[in-house]
Design a protein around this ligand. Sequence first.
Ligand SMILES: Cc1cc2nc3c(=O)[nH]c(=O)nc-3n(C[C@H](O)[C@H](O)[C@H](O)COP(=O)(O)OP(=O)(O)OC[C@H]3O[C@@H](n4cnc5c(N)ncnc54)[C@H](O)[C@@H]3O)c2cc1C
Length: 401
Amino acid sequence: MKVVIVGSGPSGLASAIYARKNNNEVIILERNNDICKKILLTGNGKCNYFNENQDITHYHSSNDNLISNIITEKNLNDILAFFDELGIVPKIKNGYYYPYSNQASSVKQVLLSKIDELGIKVIYDYLVTDIKKENDKFIINNDIICDKLILSTGSKAYPKTGSDGNGYNLVKKFNHNINKVMPALVKLKSDDKYLKELKGIRSDCKISIYKDNEFIKSETGEIQLTDDAISGICVFNLSYLANKYIESKNNVHILVNFIPFIDNKDELLKYLDDRCKKIKNKKMKEFFDGLLNYKLSNVILKKSNINLDSYYKDLSKKEKETLVSNINSYDFNIISSYSYDNSQVCMGGVPLDEINLLTMESKKEKNLYIIGELLDVNGDCGGYNLTFAFITGMISGISIK
Ligand SMILES: Cc1cc2nc3c(=O)[nH]c(=O)nc-3n(C[C@H](O)[C@H](O)[C@H](O)COP(=O)(O)OP(=O)(O)OC[C@H]3O[C@@H](n4cnc5c(N)ncnc54)[C@H](O)[C@@H]3O)c2cc1C
C-alpha cells in the first residue's frame, strides 16, 4: 500500500515509522527543507517529550471525555518503548522527561536515522496545497497518488516553523469541522496600570483564573511580569482558558497570591501581625524586606494607598484588609493573549468525535488519517503535547496494514 504523510513533525514521523514497519511504501511530504523544525525549539532546546504524571486532566479538548481513549496506559508504555528503541535515554527532572543528551537536536537526529534505516522517502520543499480523491485514491497537488493519506500538518502556533494552520483548509475539503482555534501556552496581556513598574519581577505564586466572578482553576509556580503581560509556566497552563472565556465575552481575571504558603486572608493578616511583632517597628517601605521583591512590595503598598513611611502598627483595619487582599489576590485584568507567533500550541482543531480513535482514521473520509496538533487537543506544559503527537502518530501507523 502506498502511504503519504503530509508534515514531518513528531506525529508524522511516528506514523511513518510504524506504517513502514507494516511493509507499506511510505513517503513524507514536508514544506521545509528539513524535518522537525518545531521539535528543535521544544523544552528550550532540550525537548521535554514526556511526563511521569499522565493524569488525563493535563490534556484539554472540547471532547475531554474522549482523550482517555488515546492516552491509555498501553499507548503510554508503547510510546516509551518507541523512544527506547530509537535510543533516547530519559533524563527525568521532577517527572519531566528530556533526552539524556539534553539536546532536542538529538531527538531529531534519531528520528532521521530511523526513517533512513527503514527506507522512508522524504520529499522536502513540498507544500501540499491541493488534495482530491478519485477512484479511492488520493491525488496530491495533481502530482502524487496514494492509497492512504495522513495529515500531520500541526496547528497555527509558531508559524515560522512551517505549521501555519494551512492544514485546517486541507481537512475542511473532506467536510471536517474545525473547533475554534486559539493560541495556548502563551503569555497573557493585562492592562494593570502597575505592570510597567513590576516589569522584570519573578516570584513563586499561586494563581487563580476567574471568569466574571466565578473561580475556574488554580496553578502554582513562578510568575514572570513584563511591561504588558504576565508569563511563566503556571500562566501558560491557564492561557487556553483565558482565551476561551475572552472569546465568549466574559471578564477574565487572574488573581495572584504572592505569599502562596498562606492560602487564607485571615491567616495572612495574623502572619503580618506576628511579623510586625517580630521585626519590631519598621516603616512599611522596609516591612516586606526579605519576604517580597522590593519593587513588588512598593507597588502593593501604592495600590493599597499606604504611605511608605507609615508603620504597620498604625494601619487602620481597612488599610490592613486592602493590603492583605492585594498580597493574597492581586487582581490582573486579562485583556488578551500574545499571538500565534508566541504561543507554543493551539487549542481547538479537528473534533475528536470525527475520528476513529482506535486508528486515527477520519470518520468522514475512508483512508484519511488526522493526527497530532491538527486535532482539538492541547496539553499543559510538561511534555504532554509531544506525547500526544507521538502517540497519535503511532496509533495511525500501526493501523495501516
Ligand atoms: C517554542 C515551543 C516549545 C515547545 N516545547 C514543548 C515541549 O517542551 N514539550 C512538548 O510536549 N511540546 C512542546 N511544544 C509543542 C510541540 O512542539 C507540538 O505540540 C508538536 O510539535 C506538534 O507536533 P505535530 O506533529 O502535530 O506538528 P508540527 O511539529 O507542527 O509539524 C507539522 C509539520 O508539517 C509541515 N507542514 C505543514 N503544512 C504543510 C503542508 N501543507 N505541506 C507540507 N508540509 C506541511 C510543517 O512544516 C511541520 O514540519 C513546543 C512548541 C513550541 C512552538
